[in-house]
Design a protein. Sequence first.
Lengths: 365, 291
Amino acid sequence: MRIVFKTDYMQDIRPWKDRYQLVLYLLLLTLMLAAPFVIDAFYLGELNNVLIWAIAGMGLMVLTGHTGQASLGHAAFLAMGCYTNIILMEQGLPFMLAFPLAGIITGLVGMVIAIPALRLHGIYLAIATMAMSILVDDIIVLTEPWTGGVGGKYAPSVNVFGIMIDRWGTPREFYYLTLGVVVVVTLGYINILRAPLGRSFIAVRDSEVSAQAIGIDVARTKAISFGISCAITGLGGALMGLFAGAFNNETFSVIISIELLMMIVIGGLGSIHGAFFGAIVIGFLPQFLSLSKEWVGSVFGGSNVAIPGLEFGVFGMILIAFILFEPMGLYGRWLKVRTFFELFPFYRKDMFKRQKSYLKTERLR
Amino acid sequence: MDILQLLISGLANGCVYGLIALGFVLIYKATEAVNFAQGDFMMLGAFFTIGLTNTEYMGLPFWMALPISIGIMAFLGYLLDRFVIRLMFGESQTAVVILTIALGFVIRFVAGLIWGHEPQSLQNPLAGKELHFGGLVLGLEDVAVIIVTILLTWGLYEFFNRTKMGLAMQGASQNQLAAYYMGIPVKRVQGFIWALAGAVACVAGILFAAKGAVDPNTGLMGIKAFAAAVIGGFGSLPGALAGGLIVGIIEPFASRYIAAGYSQIAPYALLLAVLIFRPHGLFSQVRVKKV
């Protein structure tokens, strides 16, 4: 049983709770740094994929997890980041400039889109963003001279401080590039959360009316949240494009939007950890399924028939189970397990009981 | 004549959208939840009917299969509410949305396992028959779709406004706690509405499968029906039908008169425009929210 004894206000504000926690995260970082020397190229690629999804997930987490605005259209911003990055590079900008610019441009566009979207609440916002995601799919086809349309585009190798990085040629360097972006984004995210901005995000999420009452400009907060969210998602999209090597309008379909939202729900809404847990699930699920199919095939002697839609079916079932039984996602489960051990004999079943409320319409007064 | 022909086919399509949208609105009206799996319900209903009537499956007579499959879907809707949605009692709207999206994935997967991924169409007595009005050619299925949809919308509208149960549903959605105090069995009311939505989805599925072919991914059409429901304004039954008709009519006209590539955007562009300028739909019920 561990007790954090607070003696200083800074302890509430600084990113880590105590030394022990800091050491744990540094240890994790060292492990991640050492990973390319331990695992083979295939799994390194998978790990890389997970990290990229985690970036995109963090992008959506800012908006959905911390500001409470559900978006079913973030694939649109993935696409925007990806295409902006590549197009800027084709114009002759170096990667080190094009990549952050892709994030910034996507963020600005997101902010502009947020202004009309701010009038919408809950489910209507989700629908509007979903429509936008569908539209972007078509817009990519229509703006063929820039985007390559259905034929798509190929990602070039990128130059980072004189080192040429390519997904297939130098997977190890590419992994370090992704890891670097992940670390920067995560640190930035943590810092936003402990700044007034992040706290106002959470206030808006928990109650718009009360947030307004304590002097938060709700519309402005939501717009900034949208902007930051889109910027991070754009960075994720840029990396996703580089990682995929080739992409077209279908790469960022509305299904990806839905998948992204489901990913952070499985991981746990409202926590940075959740984005990573969700990315791990979504990254390794196909692998896990094909392995378990082989296993079933070898035990029962069945042939390895491909079952179309299996992945989405299983994904849907996992998601339903989580929403029904663990709405706080994997991270919520982890918190419970950890609390159980930290408070060892004193953990009680109802410690994390959620408050339920009766429904009252928003339609009629 | 050309325009009239387009209009009729648009109307028939729009009616199917309208029927799915009707399912959305029913559930929204009574439980304030949004069922994203409504399109997949429709697909499932269509497949149940196909499984019962088509000669390569069970080969029952069409008119016998109809009530059976509608009954099955209503029962499924009830089961879904009883064992899944009811656990979500008191959770946020968004959670229910995500749950139903996931449910849609599962339904698509299961339907694919059972009936395969080939498009199939329903063998029905109306197939291939045509009505001629002057130069106008009307498929009998199209006429049936339009008539059934109008009757159903009218019936449901009356049901919500006249019957005790309909009023109980409105009450339950407006204020659950107050509804409990008034002696409304809120849970039973919700079970009933999900069953009703299942039945409506099945009717939509039957009409759709009679007009064209269904495959497990047909359920994704629900997104378009969703646009219809939003354009009409959630919570208004005639609005849902109107929204469905608008979407249905826009589609053939857009593909006729607007350059290819731009035409399939039209419904979504309209949806976005409606959301921006009239955020709660054309037939809105929303007033300003107070604390």
